[in-house]
Design a protein around this ligand. Structure first.
Ligand code: MG
Ligand code: ZN
Length: 370
């Protein structure tokens, strides 16, 4: 037995020079290519924690008294969030930067500072035959999801934003905002329009997660779903539903998932609400990472559009999961936000860069050119 093992080892040794010379032969053919070849993903899941700065993440980790799921990501970057007209961005300009690669005016949805429409990564993915989706725990017409699919001068135009959904071929969207499709000033019934275009239209999260294929318009609230404590793990359920449907497209998919209410808790300077939403978002992150790990062809990017509340942790007890927290503002702040990446192409996201670079990197990784 030992002799046999020795033979295997020995033969491995005499074969290794061959392997090496073959490898260097290959390398010499590729002298003009970049030194490190980046593996390209088939699918990208972009997860945006609205208002999720480092302190929000830290508070989640301390309250959980255990590692966050996001800690499974080994690639980390920092993102500069300012908009075209302000050091402190709002969520519309922040999401438009990720979606289109252009810094725009606060309040603008999928348009540049000249108010002209800019194609979004979701629309470009669609043009290339990929499946596309949006998941949020606010109205699906709210600034963050809207910036990936609509083109409007103002985030306040929920009904116009709803109309823009029907100008695309998005496969799955799950969120609140049914009233902007169903009960409109122009009396149009966009729910009927969606059905005509073969969408399965559902009105509860329970019904949405029963959908396994085809197109899905999953409404989970008339306007906004409740806070995490009351709504339950809706974000994780909606995310998995979207992933499982979109993954049936052989060319790949683009999916944006938003932890929408971390920001709202920040605006309310409400630490308990914030931690609840932070952990709810992190739970959904865990589900997305489980999928990506098994799949091997999916890049998951987790970041924020900006920080909210100027949140701080000024003391506490790690053992007990207790914190003394404070907020410095009811608004957003101009601090850089963290970005975490997992899967093929993740290594492109190390360093400090502009929010618009997230779009550029996704374009490069999909191989879409610019
Ligand atoms: Mg948002
Ligand atoms: Zn906000």
């Amino acid at each position: 037995m030992r002799y046999f093992l020795f033979l295997i080892l020995f033969s491995a040794c005499i074969h290794s020079p061959d392997v090496r010379s073959q490898k260097s032969g290959d390398d010499s053919k590729n002298v003009n290519e970049p030194v490190t070849a980046v593996r390209k993903p088939k699918n990208i899941i972009l997860m945006i924690g609205d208002g999720m700065g480092l302190t929000q993440l830290s508070a989640g980790w301390i309250a959980k008294r255990d590692a966050l799921y996001v800690e499974r990501c080994k690639v980390i970057g920092l993102v500069k969030t300012y908009s075209a007209d302000d050091l402190v961005t709002d969520s519309a300009a922040g999401a438009t930067a990720f979606a289109t690669g252009v810094k725009t005016l606060n309040g603008a949805i999928g348009v540049g500072p000249d108010s002209l429409p800019r194609k979004t990564i979701l629309e470009i993915a669609e043009e290339h035959g990929l499946a596309t989706g949006l998941v949020a725990v606010c109205s699906i017409t709210h600034a963050t999801p809207a910036s990936f699919i609509a083109h409007q001068g103002s985030r306040m135009m929920d009904e116009e934003i709803a109309t823009d959904f029907l100008k695309t071929d998005i496969d799955v969207f799950i969120g609140g905002g049914k009233q902007y499709f169903a009960d409109r000033k122009d009396k149009k019934n966009l729910i009927e329009e969606l059905r005509k275009r073969n969408y399965q239209v559902t009105e509860t999260i329970e019904k949405a997660i029963e959908v396994k294929s085809g197109k899905l318009a999953g409404f989970i609230a008339n306007v906004h779903p409740d806070r995490a404590k009351s709504r339950g793990p809706v974000l994780a359920g909606a995310s998995l539903t979207a992933i499982n449907i979109l993954d049936q497209n052989e060319k790949g998919f683009f999916l944006m998932i938003e932890g929408s209410q971390i920001d709202w808790a920040g605006h309310q300077n409400n630490s308990n609400y914030l931690i609840e939403e932070m952990l709810d978002f992190d739970y959904a992150i865990g589900k997305a990472l489980d999928f990506a790990e098994k799949d091997g062809e999916t890049l998951v990017i987790i970041t924020a559009d900006h920080e909210t509340g100027g949140y701080a942790i000024n003391g506490g007890d790690l053992e007990k999961g207790e914190m003394k927290t404070a907020f410095t503002t009811l608004m957003h702040t101009g601090a850089m936000v963290p970005l975490f990446a997992f899967g093929p192409g993740a290594e492109l996201f190390t360093g400090i860069y502009e929010n618009t670079a997230v779009f550029d990197k996704m374009m490069e990784l999909y191989g879409f050119g610019k």
